[in-house]
Design a protein around this ligand. Structure first.
Ligand SMILES: Cc1ncc(C[n+]2csc(CCOP(=O)(O)OP(=O)(O)O)c2C)c(N)n1
Length: 618
């Protein structure tokens, strides 16, 4: 058969269901090579998608999608699903502006049952669907597919707890590849490995069943013996104790076994749990051998693999954070650094290697990460929590209740603040300034370049009577070199960067550069505000008295953000000036190139000037 000939005939699952089992194997091969070739051109998640090709085919083969619902956890492994559900020809637009999302999206396809991007939501969402189906008298099936990494989150267990109790008809598939982005961590992960270690039993069982099926009458007896043996040989799994019928582990690349098992499970009532073992990167040796490197990729040549460009471009903010950690470890011993499963993305690989006793990957467990930090802080250790803005949303109550209210000192290094690009609305760090600035006992800093970030992290580290948040954007900075030495930044003080005439722009963090370019063109004063809290009221007073118009700009939603803080302060200071707030508008920002997205929402030089002109101030 020529190149992907079969795949090109399958546009929807009902066509897939007509294939013979032999053809399904060919389809799996073609699908895998299509994914590799496509992702090498668009960039995106690779290893997880290669790992669930057979599982996706089997699910669409056995279940009557879209009437039956597949609920993907995180959704970074949904490319095979997208390709088989009417979107193959659009895959070249993946993660690009106006193109397909990198995650399931209900607005994109009726086969996408739940918008996703954050992990560990699938069991709860699927249970909600199962209960709704039941209430409406529908017999449609619901399947949640969750990875072992995502299984480390509390939310997943909240879902299991409720599902086992409600006894609703649903299937949870644990897609176990023993990896999160980095290695899966924690006791649950070791527990799953223990289950895998007893696979011998199941292999024997599979072979025995096949043999017995040709001898009528023997199967029932064998089943009884098997049940007895199971009780003797294997203790029941935690999932059984929680009320699920546990099946597995089975080989997630064995299409035959997957289809047979799913076909049986489909007709069982009550909560079912299928443990499937897969390999991240399956079928592409380079990804199999380096699943961490191939978790998410930029464009590359699949024949050569990923090659580091070797270009020494500007240091990215995550690397500034990584360097800060290693540098602080040389002079201070009384701290720990915590990540909820984002060692690579947070720039902590080197630190973790050099200081393993200080490094804590707590799994995909943002809530726990923050409360854990709060606890450590009560005993005089300084916790540094590295967390993406979007994932900090998960730990909001913990931040208020377990850190701020305790009056302890934790440093939050908040990465990916602002527009993030290809990952889209599930990952945008648009809200942190708004939801942080209303919390007492918290200092909030917004660095405008790499060195400011480095020194603010140091400043936050040294402050001992309060918690501090330093929020910085994704990607490279402006190329500002780091000072050789740490220096404290005066808390609550901004700085005037340029003196202009009647308009003053109060810029926060990453927006300083664009604001600066605009200011040059319209002769505006520009201030690097540095702190959202405490706000530099003296500077605001001085600017308010000497300028006619005030503009605030931030890479955060306008609603309740740093600009609102300025307006509140000016009001309080009895300064009445027209104010223009620039920031992220009251809508979710779609996926695409970050520069283009910023331009689309008016957060570049031209956009700033356009907005000011619109006010008739120039
Ligand atoms: C709440 C949340 N925290 C962190 C992430 C970042 N993240 C994306 S995929 C992933 C690993 C998921 O591991 P697993 O579920 O085992 O899937 P695999 O990548 O191994 O296929 C992580 C940590 C996320 N999407 N959501």
């Amino acid at each position: 058969m020529t190149h992907q000939q079969l795949l090109h005939k399958i546009n929807y699952p009902h066509e897939l269901r007509k294939l013979s089992r032999q053809e399904l194997y060919t389809l799996a091969q073609e699908l895998r090579s299509f994914i590799l070739s496509n992702v090498s051109k668009t960039g995106g998640h690779l290893a997880s998608n290669l790992g669930c090709v057979e599982l996706t085919i089997a699910l669409h083969y056995v279940y009557n999608t879209p009437d039956d619902a597949l609920v993907w956890d995180v959704g970074h492994q949904s490319y095979p699903h997208k390709i088989l559900t009417g979107r193959r020809e659009k895959m070249d637009s993946l993660r690009q502006m106006g193109g397909l999302s990198g995650f399931p999206k209900r607005g994109e396809s009726e086969y996408d049952t739940f918008d996703v991007g954050h992990s560990s939501t699938s069991i709860s969402a699927a249970l909600g669907m199962a209960v709704a189906n039941q209430l409406r008298g529908r017999d449609n099936k619901v399947v949640a597919i969750i990875g072992d990494g995502s299984m480390t989150a509390g939310l997943a267990f909240e879902g299991l707890n409720n599902a086992g109790w409600l006894e609703s008809n649903m299937l949870v598939i644990l897609n176990d590849n023993e990896m999160s982005i980095s290695e899966s961590v924690g006791a649950i992960s070791s527990y799953l490995s223990q289950i895998l270690a007893s696979r011998f039993y199941n292999k024997v069982k599979g072979t025995a069943n096949k043999a017995l099926s040709v001898m009528p009458g023997m199967q029932k007896l064998a089943h009884k013996v098997e049940e007895h043996m199971k009780g003797m040989v294997m203790p029941s799994t935690m999932f059984e104790e929680l009320g699920f019928n546990y099946i597995g582990p089975i080989d997630g690349h064995d299409l035959e076994q997957l289809i047979d098992t799913l076909s049986e499970l489909k007709n069982l009532s009550g909560p079912q749990f299928l443990h499937v073992v897969t390999k991240k990167g399956q079928g592409y040796k380079l990804a199999e051998n380096d699943p961490i490197g191939y978790h998410g990729v930029n464009k590359f040549n699949p024949n050569e693999g990923m090659i580091s460009s070797g270009k020494s471009s500007a240091l990215s903010y995550m690397h500034v954070f990584g360097k800060f950690l290693c540098d602080i470890a040389k002079i201070d011993d009384e701290f720990i650094a915590i990540t909820p499963a984002m060692r690579e993305g947070s720039g902590m690989v080197e630190f973790a290697k050099l200081y393993p006793e200080k490094f804590f990957d707590v799994g995909i467990a943002e809530q726990h990460a923050i409360t854990f930090a709060g606890g450590a802080a009560t005993k005089g250790i300084k916790p540094i929590v590295a967390i993406y803005s979007t994932f900090l949303q998960r730990g909001y109550d913990q931040l208020i209740h377990d850190v701020a209210l305790q009056e302890v000192s934790v440093l939050f290094a908040i990465d990916r603040a602002g527009v993030v690009g290809a990952d889209g609305p599930t990952h945008i760090g648009a809200f942190d300034l708004s939801f942080l600035r209303c919390i007492p006992n918290l200092i909030i800093m917004t660095p405008s370049d790499e060195n400011e970030c480095y020194q603010m992290l140091y400043t936050g580290f040294r402050i001992n009577n309060q918690s501090c948040a330093v929020r910085y954007p994704r990607g490279a900075g402006i190329g500002q070199e780091l000072d050789a030495e740490f220096k404290m930044i005066p808390v609550g003080k901004g700085r005037v960067v340029r003196e202009g005439s009647k308009i003053a722009i109060m810029a926060f963090g990453s927006m300083l550069q664009a604001a600066r370019e605009a200011a040059e063109e319209i002769d505006a004063t520009i201030c690097d505000m540095r702190f959202v809290k405490p706000l530099d009221r003296d500077l605001l007073l001085q600017i308010g008295k000497t300028h006619e118009f005030i503009v605030t700009i931030e890479e955060n939603v306008i609603a309740g953000g740093a600009g609102s803080a300025c307006a509140e302060a000016l009001q309080d200071l009895n300064i009445q000036r027209p104010i223009l707030h620039l920031g992220i508008p009251d809508q979710f920002v779609e996926h695409g190139d970050p520069k283009q997205l910023l331009s689309l929402i008016g957060l570049d030089k031209d956009g700033i000037i356009r907005s000011i002109r619109h006010k008739n101030w120039i």
